[in-house]
Design a binder for this molecule. Structure first.
Ligand code: AMP
Ligand code: MG
Length: 409
């Protein structure tokens, strides 16, 4: 059996980098930067007011009660040639450029107006309520590194510096299918005896989309070698070709039947649980991933092998989920021969460390417990039991929702 680490490094060493393209900023979320982004200008571009108030000279407002002559007002988006002299103020709105002569803004809350005069009721620090030019981003600064996966916030920052068409790596084209005579479309209302709904393919589609893939859906393929050959052929020109099912030891494991004599495809047993059987290699020009059939195994092998491969192809700097230390809220007994991915919820803090409990049944067909989980507790080979209260490594694949430590219960 291969270890998790050796299997993953073998997979990743076969993954090449895709080319790059420019995309409109409106479609850049989730894309990965193909080059460093350097700021062509300051953000903000000019010193401006942080508050609605009055632009003044600091010396005039060093003590409370000063009365200043109001020269006019300045909304955001406007410029003025008016210079604020001693004893004078210009009414200013949030975001409007600081006029000449002024070096401080008094908040409107700290003033009272009296005709053409304003009374400043408090003493104000020099430079108060001014956002300096370059206070957010300085011109020529490295803003984001190559390999950054763009979140909505990155998209916003790119907009502030005028990068309307960021250079990003191309999305991998992924053809995917599920195999099995027992599978009915998810929309099926009444199943035939012995049938089940195809849950892998909709889940896989969603996982692939989240990992940035462009998709070719090859549908459900029955356990028929000729039909499978046709489907593999249709996916063979994609960047990645993914199937589920048919890679283990059963008589009808048709993926194995069709590909096991192909020298370019390996049928592996990986020392992990779930997701021990796994096929990997090349079909045509596509990198082929033969995932197991059980839905939780699909999730685990996607997370451990396919997702990192997709992110590597897209040039991402971070291709693995971060690992964190949690504390076991109950005994976790696992197979010491394997790296075991226990599906857990992250719930509550114990001495400042998140606690984890199994999210439900741990059989590889129990997808509902994987859906309820936030993380895998990763129990390494050589460990048979993690005892309640012991530290355990977790990989969060989903942020916990309304269960305690997020909303501070
Ligand atoms: P296999 O490796 O093809 O024998 O599949 C292992 C188990 O996973 C069997 O119980 C299958 O019925 C189940 N399975 C395979 N493909 C799917 C699928 N697309 N959706 C749900 N369950 C599946
Ligand atoms: Mg099958």
């Amino acid at each position: 059996m291969k270890t998790l680490e050796s299997a993953r490094s073998e997979v990743l060493s076969s993954v090449g980098l895709l080319g790059s393209e420019q995309v409109p900023i409106w479609e850049a979320r989730g894309r990965i930067l193909a080059g460093d982004v350097v700021a062509p200008e300051n953000v903000p571009p000019f010193a401006n007011s942080a508050m609605d108030g009055f632009a003044v000279r600091a010396a005039d407002v060093a003590s409370p009660g000063s009365i200043l002559e109001v020269l006019g007002d300045l909304p955001a988006g406007a410029m003025t040639d008016v210079e604020v002299g001693p004893g004078q103020a210009l009414k200013i709105m949030t975001g409007a450029p600081i006029p000449k002569g002024a070096d401080t803004v008094v908040r409107v809350e700290d003033t009272a107006t009296d005709g053409a005069k304003v009374v400043v009721e408090t003493a104000v620090e020099p430079g108060a309520s001014i956002r300096p030019a370059g206070g957010d981003v300085v011109r020529d600064q490295l803003v984001f590194e190559k390999g950054t996966r763009l979140t909505p916030m990155h998209v916003g920052v790119l907009a502030t510096i005028g990068v309307g068409h960021p250079e990003v790596f191309k999305r991998p084209l992924v053809a995917f299918m599920s195999t099995g005579d027992e599978l009915a479309p998810p929309e099926t209302a009444q199943l035939d005896p012995g049938g089940i709904r195809d849950s892998n393919r909709p889940m896989l589609k969603a996982l692939l989309e989240e990992a940035g893939a462009e998709l070719i859906d090859l549908g459900v393929v029955p356990d028929d070698p000729d039909v499978l050959r046709g489907a593999l052929d249709r996916g063979s020109t994609a960047d990645f070709l993914v199937s589920t099912g048919g890679v283990s030891m059963g008589d009808y494991d048709v993926t194995k039947l069709v590909l096991e004599n192909d020298a370019r495809v390996g049928f592996w047993k990986i020392a992990i649980q779930p997701a021990k059987p796994f096929a990997f290699g090349r079909v045509g020009s596509a990198l082929f991933f033969g995932l197991p059939g059980n839905p939780v195994s699909v999730l685990v092998s996607f997370e451990q092998f396919l997702r990192p491969a997709l992110l590597k192809a897209q040039g991402a700097r971070a291709i693995l989920r971060p690992q964190m230390v949690a504390v076991a809220g109950e005994d976790l007994e696992t197979d010491p021969q394997k790296t075991v991915f226990v599906r857990v919820v992250v719930d509550g803090l114990s001495d400042g460390v998140p606690g984890v409990m199994r999210s439900g049944g741990q059989s590889s067909n129990v997808l509902s417990a994987a859906a309820a989980a936030d993380a895998f507790a990763v129990v390494p080979r050589g460990v048979a039991t993690i005892e309640k209260g012991d530290p355990v490594t977790i990989e969060m694949f989903k942020w916990p929702e309304s269960r305690g430590w997020v909303d501070g219960r």
